[in-house]
Each structure stands twice: as C-alpha cells, then as structure tokens.
Design a protein around this ligand. Structure first.
Ligand SMILES: [Zn+2]
Length: 188
C-alpha cells in the first residue's frame, strides 16, 4: 500500500530543494496533486492483481493463436522516474483456458503502471499469462519511447526500444515465424 502522505512530504522537500521561490504560490498544492496522480493513476498497477484480471472464461474449442495488437501503455522507468510509453503486442496459444480480450489489455496496464524496466515488464506479462492461463505458449513485444533517453543522457528523441519475450510453443523457431507473419498481416 502506498503512503500518500509521505509522498506529499517528500514532494514538498523536492520542490524546496529546487529553490525557485518565485513559484511558491503557484506550487502550494503541487505536492498533493503529484501524490494523488502517482498513487491513484500513474502507479495504480500496484493495487491490481494479475491473478484476478486473468480469471479464465472457460475452455476454448480448437482455436488458433490469440493475438492482440496496438495495446497502448505508459510506464515509469525505475532509474529516472521518467515515463516511457508505446505499444504492446500480446499473443497466446490457448491450452485449457481462454480469457476475455480486454483482460489482456488490462494485464498490460496492471504491469506497466508501476516503476518498471521495459525488459522486465515484457517478461512479467508473459510470465503472468503462462502462470494463470496455462497456455501452450505466450509472447509479448513492446516498443516504447523513453523520456529518459529523450530529455537527458543520450538525448535521442527518435529512439525506440523494442523488447520481446517468447515462452512455451513460441520458443520453437517455426511457431515464432508464424507469429511474426500473423503480426505483420493486416486484414484491413
Ligand atoms: Zn530511465
């Protein structure tokens, strides 16, 4: 459980440390606003449980790979506390359980709305699917722009970071290739 009061106090300290007194009146409510935004929205994933999100709908018939593309996400890099954001593709090959498609997107939110490292985030999404749906396989791709690479450090504003994790049947080269084909197919 996050300690919102403590966050407010810390934010007051942070503002005081910046030392721009000319903004004192304007920033009077900033600590509270910041703490509310972080506790209730930016880091709301901590209050969500992947096991509850991935409650199965039931047993699938003989269906093929389930692929959800274009899932927007925003996360926060644990190293700089700056956002990174982009799109995810999530796939799974159902075994004994199916899950509602919107739940796949909610899982991405649950894991991304925390302090994160993109590589770990991608791996966690696949691990959650494998654990709670027991599919034959699962995979996740994430492509994101990192503010910590845009406004500081290397300052490469057009760089994109792509991460991918494959588990189960998608570890086989042939299945992985099929998955790539599915991903690049546009029906309309
Ligand atoms: Zn960073």
């Amino acid at each position: 459980m996050m300690d919102k009061d403590r966050m407010m106090r810390a934010m007051g300290e942070f503002l005081a440390a910046i030392g721009d007194d000319s903004l004192a009146a304007e920033s009077r409510k900033t600590p509270e606003r910041v703490a509310t935004a972080w506790c209730e929205e930016i880091l709301e994933g901590y209050s969500q449980d992947p096991a509850e999100i991935l409650l199965p709908l039931g047993a699938p018939g003989d269906c093929g790979t389930v692929l959800v593309k274009g899932i927007e996400f925003v996360s926060v890099c644990v190293h700089h506390l700056l956002p990174f954001f982009g799109k995810a593709i999530v796939a799974y090959q159902p075994g004994v359980r199916l899950v509602g498609l919107s739940k796949v997107a909610r899982l991405v939110d649950c894991r991304s709305r925390r302090l994160q490292i993109q590589e770990v985030l991608t791996r966690q999404i696949v691990a959650d699917l494998m654990e709670h749906l027991k599919p034959e396989g699962a995979a996740c791709f994430m492509e994101a722009q990192h503010l910590c690479m845009i406004i500081r450090g290397a300052a490469k504003k057009d760089s994109r970071v792509v991460t991918s994790v494959f588990a189960g049947c998608f570890e086989e080269p042939k299945r992985r290739e099929e998955l790539f084909r599915l991903i690049s197919t546009r029906l309309r």
